[in-house]
Design a binder for this molecule. Structure first.
Ligand code: FMN
Length: 362
């Protein structure tokens, strides 16, 4: 009974919100002035007066709820990747100063996570080997008491149940010394030229890009950093019928829509997080990846143009329907890709000078 009343109150509140937003529309500027001096007043503004944050709240909340409640979401994968990453940092610190125990608060959660993931679908992925090498290294470093001995026995069973392929042990996917990093022969000038050669290219010729080249660039861009190594995004390569369905959307490609033969869409996954404070990580990690991807494509002779993907409810809902996305998936960056047509005009787009944006602070 109590529950029913609670839901009734919420339904009534929702319809009141719609009415208030209509009523306050003409006075938005005055009310904005009232709201800008405190976070709570800003929340009142965005609840009762302006719908600008509705879609963000909707997707962040979907992510938070599905993180734990939906076994098909990225929740457990993100949590376990983060834990393995934290353990790797602990191992790295132990190289410098020996520690008998660390990660006690989450080692059991990590082992259970790895087991669940390998029992479902992450076998034969880099995660399989990474988690094995890191946790094997962990157990070889810490002092084993009864608690850790039991965990180690459980861990040994998991390793036995999901053996790595022959030959997978040549490289160890666990912390290593800086001097073991591969040597790069790229000079600063060469790198700078690649940066300056990449430009937003909007007009493409009819040559089809081999999807294997796109995957090669994606594989290279996956080396980009991400918060706690979660890499909370998917990359959709969109051509054919789905491309045509997206083209009528009023986004920033209308002027060169006819020349586009393929989109890459980087889609963030908010079910990677349980805390609202992490809600921007899909954009940060997705954009770091996007930049690497554009440079990798450029190095393969493939041009691209990032396209604004604004936080607009009706666009978001349409794209979600067309691409069959979940409520907790959110577009981070759309880009067109293809081979530049010989006469593709390139806006010069002068960049800011270093002294405009650089400040030394002591
Ligand atoms: C997040 C983002 C959104 C963009 N959106 C559009 C867009 O909607 N349409 C477009 O033609 N270009 C778009 N661009 C390309 C920019 O206009 C371009 O990067 C900028 O002018 C600098 O030019 P350059 O990429 O050739 O260096 C976007 C770029 C970024 C990073």
């Amino acid at each position: 009974m109590r529950d029913k009343i609670d839901y009734l109150i919420l339904r009534i509140f929702k319809s009141i919100v719609y009415r208030l937003r209509n009523r306050f529309k003409p006075k938005k500027l005055d009310l904005m002035k009232w709201a800008i001096d405190s976070p709570v007043k800003s929340t009142v503004y965005y609840t009762l007066i302006d719908s600008g944050f509705d879609i963000e709240h909707f997707r962040v909340l979907n992510g938070k709820y599905n993180h734990k409640a939906n076994s098909k979401s990225s929740g457990i994968y993100a949590q376990t990747r983060r834990n393995v990453h934290r353990i790797e940092k602990g191992i790295s610190a132990s190289f410098l100063k020996k520690r008998n125990v660390f990660a006690k608060e989450y080692i059991e959660e990590t082992i259970n996570g790895v087991e669940k993931l390998l029992d479902s679908k992450y076998i034969d992925t880099p995660f399989h080997k990474w988690s094995f090498d890191v946790l094997n290294s962990y157990f070889s470093l810490i002092t084993l008491d009864d608690y850790f001995n039991n965990l180690k026995n459980k861990w040994d069973e998991i390793v036995k149940k999901h053996p790595l392929k022959n030959g997978e042990n040549i490289v160890n996917y666990s912390p290593f010394q800086h001097n073991k990093l591969p040597v790069s022969n790229i000079s600063f000038t060469e790198l700078d030229t690649l940066f300056k050669r990449r430009h937003s290219v909007r007009w493409y010729n009819d040559d089809e890009v081999d999807v294997q080249l796109i995957k090669k660039a994606v594989g290279s861009a996956l080396a980009s950093p991400s918060a706690c190594n979660r890499q909370p995004f998917e990359v959709l390569y969109i051509t054919g019928k789905k491309l045509e369905e997206l083209k009528p959307l009023k986004l920033g490609f209308e002027m060169f829509s006819d020349s586009i033969k393929a989109f890459i869409f980087i889609v963030g996954d908010l079910s990677s997080y349980i805390e609202e404070r992490d809600k921007h990580l899909i954009y940060i990690d997705g954009s770091l990846f996007a930049m690497s991807l554009m440079l990798a494509l450029e190095a393969l002779g493939i041009s691209s143009c990032p396209i604004n993907y604004p936080d607009v409810t009706n666009i978001d809902n349409k794209v979600q329907d067309i691409l069959n996305l979940e409520g907790y998936q959110k577009g981070v960056m759309l880009m067109s890709v293809g081979y530049a047509s010989d006469n593709s005009p390139i806006p010069f787009s002068a960049k800011k000078g270093v002294n405009e944006i650089f400040k030394e602070i002591n």
